[in-house]
Every structure is written in structure tokens, then in C-alpha cells.
Design a binder for this molecule. Sequence first.
Ligand code: CTP
Length: 213
Amino acid sequence: VLGNRSAGKEGVWLAGAARKAGATVRLVAAHMDVPAPAGGDGLTVETALELREAMLAAAVDSDVVIMAAAVADFRPAEISGTKIKKRDDTADPVISLVRNPDILQELVELRDHAPERQAIRRSQLIVGFAAETGDGQGDVLSYAEAKLRRKGCDLLVVNHVGADKVFGQDSNSVVILARSGAEPQLAAGSKTEVSVAVITRVGYELNHVSPRA
Ligand code: CTP
């Protein structure tokens, strides 16, 4: 398995916060270290390609799409249905990777090109997440701003990640960037509190920011 250490907590707490705020929620999840919130629609997937299928279907009639999943950027080019045996007469295997589709970017493109009759989709609010680290070429925020422009989503929730940060932990601090150019918003606290802050911001955007359609 090629994976990462994301525990799925952020997505589960966002789903819980959205439900508490009165939304009808569909949670599409892969690996989770915590139980899904009770009483909602849910779907479990195993691979990035399955996640893509599920998200494309769920997004058709959703007012808001939140992509909190830590999607693997690559997948093995070939999958073996049988055990790969070691052999003395051939070289050891090399795992080649191919790029996974960018689901968030595809959802934005579908929204932006939706026909007029798809009113819900045309005014859909799309929220991305970004796990960033700074380096010699740029800081976390400059990378995040470039990602927001590249992905074209309406809001980008930016986590600063490092070896001991974010993945699997219960507290968090994020910056919410908006495509509209609004001032970056800081939200810190437990992941539950941060999730409530993100959902509150989503509510604000839905009610106060002019529809995209
Ligand atoms: N995402 C996605 N599909 C992918 C990869 C990422 O939909 N194949 C989404 C994530 O769910 C998240 C956002 O894109 O909402 C940013 O994910 P991130 O891993 O930070 O960015 P990448 O696009 O993978 O860019 P990079 O790894 O180059 O920073």
C-alpha cells in the first residue's frame, strides 16, 4: 500500500460541524482513525480513483464541496493480483508511479463549465485544503496562495505541516485564504474548534458573498 499518515479526523469533524450547523452531509472517506459522525450519509473508498468517482457523483447536487482528503498524488502504475516473488535470475522489481487525477481541480472545472440548467452546481462553493511546508524558495503562505490560484477553489484552508505537525494530532492552527481576495483568516484551537470556524466561514460565504454563477 502506498499511503500517508492522515487520520481523517479533520474530515470527520468538519462533517460533524456542518451537520450541527444544519447541513445535510455526505461524508466520502478512505482510511479513518475515528468513527464517522452518526446519522449521516457516508461512503467509504479505498483509492484516489474511487474517491474521484464518488466525489464527481456527490458533487452534482451539492451546494458545498469540501475536499479535506489527503489524496495521494501518485499511484503504482501496475497492480499485481498475485504475490511478487523474489527471483535470482531477474533484477529486483522497481515500482513505477503515475500521477493521480487532481480531484479538486476537476470539481472546480466542472462547476465553472456547468450548463445553466445546473443551478446548484453553478453556484457551488468549493473548499480545498492545503498541507504546506516552507523552504528556501518560499514560505507557507506564498505556496498556499499559488495553490489557491492553481486550483481555483473559493476557499483554501492552509495547514502548516512538518514531521510532528497536523497528521493525527488533535490541535491545529490554519489560515483560510479566499479567492475573492479577502484578508487571510486565522483559526486556531482543537481540530473541532477549527472545523467549526471553517464551517462558520462557509456559512458566511454562502450568505454574504455574491454567488459565483
Ligand atoms: N487534492 C485532490 N486530488 C489530488 C491531490 C490533492 O483533490 N490528487 C486536493 C486535496 O484534497 C486538497 C487540495 O487538493 O483539498 C490540496 O492538496 P495538497 O496535497 O496540499 O496539494 P497538491 O495538489 O497535492 O500539491 P503539492 O503536493 O504539489 O503541494
